[in-house]
Design a protein around this ligand. Structure first.
Ligand code: ATP
Length: 317
């Protein structure tokens, strides 16, 4: 089906006859495939008598050859559609694929956030990126890793013209109070010995409408007013991740602590820390040298860490 999309992606008109000839199928088979593209991928295709078919807007698909050097750094798999790039990456680890490697997809049918929440992932609009690393230096190599990924995503967005973005502990990237990117780290193996970690990153790139997203969100396109070639984004994000992760692995997370705090949108804010059904109210002091949250609770500094914690602003903040 992507072959047909590759023919149409220039946004120009193509006759049913030409499409059929290029694909070696009948005109009615072309028609069926087009209907399938519309239904499956949510694309809108115009049909004009005498001219043929045209996508409502040109598409820039993911292409490793356009990712400026990244293919040389990590083997890249690009999928048209998958349940979740993190799930795909975990399956590949299970099958023995050697890390590092990168999984990208044009769309996710079950994109995931933390604690089973859904990440809305329409076709060809955003970035769905899962990088697999093998960690064999023990726990220290994992310290603050999800916060480090947040810094790399933030710098990437800035380089590509998104101003005003910042971080929310532990690993959200927001513009104001609108979410522009989400990060989900998943780990398999023994963290104290040898393990694999999947760095899952979803960035809203060219998305302009998404009724299913049930909290405030934005995209690079909405922030900059320009569409972004996701291949350039992959290359930039790859470079930033390489640089930040290398620093963390060599020097430890503590060298990034101050930079992370400078970019924390909720420093000094009154927040509630939610852990399941319990809630702790306090004021954000920052993070410690392992990436744990420092909160002032009833005048006393307390430190919190763990993947199940969520921060919410308090109304009186
Ligand atoms: P937390 O503060 O615990 O991180 P969160 O609600 O931001 O809370 P995540 O697991 O990070 O949770 O992300 C999943 C949530 O993000 C979804 O429940 C939904 O509200 C929102 N969401 C889903 N898809 C998108 C998207 N493409 N862009 C922005 N936000 C999204």
């Amino acid at each position: 089906m992507l072959t047909l999309l590759n023919l149409l992606k220039d946004g120009r008109f193509h006759s049913g006859q030409d499409l059929g000839a290029a694909l070696g199928i009948s005109r009615s088979a072309v028609w069926k495939q087009l209907q399938h593209l519309e239904a499956e991928l949510g694309l809108s295709i115009h049909k004009v008598r005498g001219r043929g078919y045209q996508l409502s807007a040109p598409l820039m698909l993911l292409d490793p050859l356009k990712m400026a050097g990244m293919k040389a750094v990590w083997p890249i798999t690009v999928l048209d559609t998958t349940d979740s790039t993190n799930a795909e990456a975990l399956r590949a680890i299970g099958l023995g694929q050697e890390a590092p490697f990168l999984v990208l997809a044009e769309r996710q049918t079950s994109g995931r956030g933390r604690r089973g929440r859904k990440w809305v992932s329409p076709f060809a609009e955003n970035l769905y990126f899962s990088l697999v690393l093998r960690i064999d230096g023990g726990m220290r190599q994992l310290e603050g890793l999800s916060l480090v990924v947040g810094l790399a995503v933030l710098q990437t967005l800035r380089k590509l013209g998104v101003t005003g973005a910042g971080l929310k502990w532990p690993n959200d990237v927001l513009v104001g109070n609108k979410k522009i990117a989400g990060i989900l780290l998943e780990l398999v193996g023994d963290p104290a010995d040898v393990c694999h970690v999947v760095l899952g990153i979803g960035v809203n790139v060219n998305m302009q409408v998404a009724e299913e997203v049930d909290q405030q969100w934005t995209s690079m396109r909405l922030e900059t007013g320009k569409s972004c070639d996701r291949n350039i984004l992959v290359a930039e994000l790859g470079e930033q991740l390489l640089a930040y992760i290398q620093r963390q692995q060599i020097d430890g997370f503590s060298v990034l602590q101050a930079e992370w705090e400078e970019n924390h949108l909720w420093q000094e804010r009154s927040v509630s820390l939610i852990a399941g059904v319990s809630q702790i109210d306090g004021v954000v002091l920052g993070i410690d040298n392992q990436g744990a949250l420092r909160l002032k609770v009833n005048g006393v500094e307390k430190v919190f860490s763990g993947g199940e914690l969520s921060l919410r602003l308090r109304d009186d903040s």
